[in-house]
Design a protein around this ligand. Structure first.
Ligand SMILES: [Zn+2]
Length: 269
């Protein structure tokens, strides 16, 4: 049996009531008052995610998730968000800019460039299968390539004297936490209490832990798959390895750009 969820920007929200923190199990938002638990978007709202777990996160876990989620949203996923116009309101005046480290007239400076005229790209690492499914030792990295989608709408308009610039870097440690959080939330929404989760320790680690290649990987092929009509796609399937039945979440953000699929082991029965 495969569960799946497809989302497109401005699709109506789909809400699933949970009633306890999906990360630590707490039934209170915080100790000192009776404010109800926070809602949790499986894929962030600012990326067009519309699957919401209601009353599903305590204050302490929320804060830990923000540490990596905000960082990913402001760096690698910022340009595609703006270029695809996801959940953007029309700006009253001026155009969206991005702040970059640059070299201008031999000096290292921070510059602000108009985003739609700056050559940027969406960059995803591609990965082999999660190690646990194929018996690969945990310490062997499974990155096997990269997938790149360049964005440039109106032709570059670089300031005079600009000698070089650094586009936002992909922090692979935080990116793995980001994938783990999406997989965990989706698995909790589909499987619920029956799931023995494996990802909360990775998700709640601060600082971000080194990538866990046993649990987080790709489809096991180097081909990213054809583009589809959806913005994002999530699936949940089961696979038995060494007598254990694992819940595997397939995550494909930006499916309509042809981006690669990640597969994350969310837990077992
Ligand atoms: Zn919590």
């Amino acid at each position: 049996m495969i569960a799946s969820f497809e989302s497109n920007d401005r699709d109506p929200a789909v809400r699933i009531r949970i009633g306890r923190c999906v990360y630590c199990g707490s039934t209170r938002y915080r100790e000192k008052d009776d404010r109800r638990l926070g809602d949790e978007h499986v894929i962030p709202e600012s990326l067009g995610g519309n699957l919401i777990l209601e009353q599903a996160a305590c204050e302490s876990c929320e804060r830990k998730i923000n540490l990596f989620e905000q960082s990913i949203m402001k760096t690698v996923l910022y340009a595609p968000r703006v270029h695809l116009g996801i959940r953007r309101k029309k700006r009253k005046r001026g155009e969206e800019t991005i702040s970059l480290d640059a070299t201008v007239d031999g000096k290292e400076v921070k510059i602000s460039l108009p985003l739609k005229r700056t050559p940027l790209m969406l960059f995803f690492m591609t990965m082999d299968s999660p190690g646990i499914l194929i018996g690969r030792p945990a310490d062997i990295p499974s990155f096997n390539g990269a997938w790149v989608k360049p964005f440039l709408e109106d032709g570059p308009r670089m300031p005079a004297g600009l000698q070089g610039m650094a586009t936002p870097a992909l922090d692979t440690h935080k990116f793995m936490q980001f994938l783990a959080k999406i997989a965990h939330c989706y698995a909790m929404s589909v499987v619920g209490e029956e799931l023995k989760p494996l990802l909360p320790e990775i998700i709640l680690s601060d600082p971000a832990p080194p990538p866990n290649f046993s649990l987080i990987g790709g489809p096991g092929t180097t081909h990213p798959g054809d583009a589809t009509v959806n913005l994002h796609e999530l699936t949940l399937s089961w696979q038995t390895s060494n007598g254990v039945e694992y819940a595997i979440v397939g995550i494909r953000m930006f499916a309509k750009l042809g981006a690669p699929i990640y597969r994350v082991i969310a837990g077992h029965r």
